[in-house]
Design a protein around this ligand. Sequence first.
Ligand code: PLP
Length: 450
Amino acid sequence: MQPLLADAAARATRYLVDLETRPVAPTPDALAALESFNTALPENPSAPAATLRLLDELGSPATMGMAGPRFFGFVIGGALPATLAANWLTTAWDQNAVLYRASPGVAFIEQVALRWLLEILRLPPSCGGAFVTGATVANLTALAAARHTVLARAGWNVEADGLFGAPAITVIVGGEIHPSVSKSLGILGLGRSRVVKIPVDEQGRMISEQLPPISGPTIICVQAGNVNTGAIDPVGEICRLAHAAGAWVHVDGAFGLWAVAAPSRAHLAAGIADADSWATDAHKWLNVPYDSGLAFVRDAHALQAAMAITAEYLPTQSEFRNPADFTPELSRRARGVDVWAALHSLGRSGIAQIIESNCSHARRFAERLTAAGYEILNDVVLNQVLVSFGESERTKRIIAAIQADGTCWAGLTVWQGKTAMRISVSSWRTTEADVEASVTAMIRVAQATR
Ligand SMILES: *Cc1c(COP(=O)(O)O)cnc(C)c1O
């Protein structure tokens, strides 16, 4: 295996170096060449080296340069060096991170990572936590714990008896709820549409004065980090009102929760630790490789009640936490090790530095684009910038031209009726020089587009 793995490392390294200079989006030629993958299923084996070569020669050029420094689409980090290396090593370990007795080393390292996460995110140390694939499944996981608890308080065991005949649960969400939360509510039988929607302000924040009177089993879903504006709901105030009435507050903080880890941004998330559960991503602002999400629940027993399984053949009794008692998955990869590597290699100050610098890069984008005469549609409080280049069709044409130019990549959105380019700065690799090169290209392309 040694020459093969050395070849893989060499190819990966070359790929990452090339990202500095290649167009961020794959070229039309690279996409057309994908057709060469489209052969019949091989009858016979190939040499692994040939398999890898084909993947690199055809696959690498067809990738989007998400791991590079000038990809500003969606909210996507790039894998930190230590996390990429740890991910490779962990893949070689090939551990099933299911039970302590099956993979004790991984269970132990993940437990340390969870403790560190609670510390950096300033969440209660008693929380239960789960390493899952992303914020979508983290929302699902945490909301399952919420469903368990609000029904248990009403004398109903939802895991045993299901939802038929159960007391009704009121679900309150903001008008800017992320679709992954809606989807989670649907999967949990709480309904994507069967929700009370609270109006939001011009930044997309829930208006807490508009909360209805609360009684009976109730779950309130709030958001830290609107995907368009970066705005954070008034979580502290909502928790105060909710808890006075016995409701559960869940925070979708896929990236915005990380504001807590940056001294100049932490005030935006005031009161967030008062909630009952939280979902976030590690593959966004913590810059670990895909896929990696995190769920935290203040009452660890609630999470365990919703997720644990038992079977005769599974050694579930152990002196140590069994990871699978807290996750929807049974078998899964040891993704918590990548998270541990990020936290170990960056430390508290390194994490703060990435978030602070991404936020200041976002402000720089806004300043330069404003000075060039374009309209910024949001308060740039975090890492999100919404730019209008004028009327909708013109903005769309300019976004397409910026993507084709290849210096950088940003996507399209519609914010409160206005078409906009959405810039998300989330990568550890992005430097001031990358921002200057990108914003200069954006302005050049916009000025050249009729
Ligand atoms: C990205 C995001 C999600 C979904 O996260 P995945 O990691 O894609 O599952 C949910 N909520 C918000 C606010 C997000 O930004």
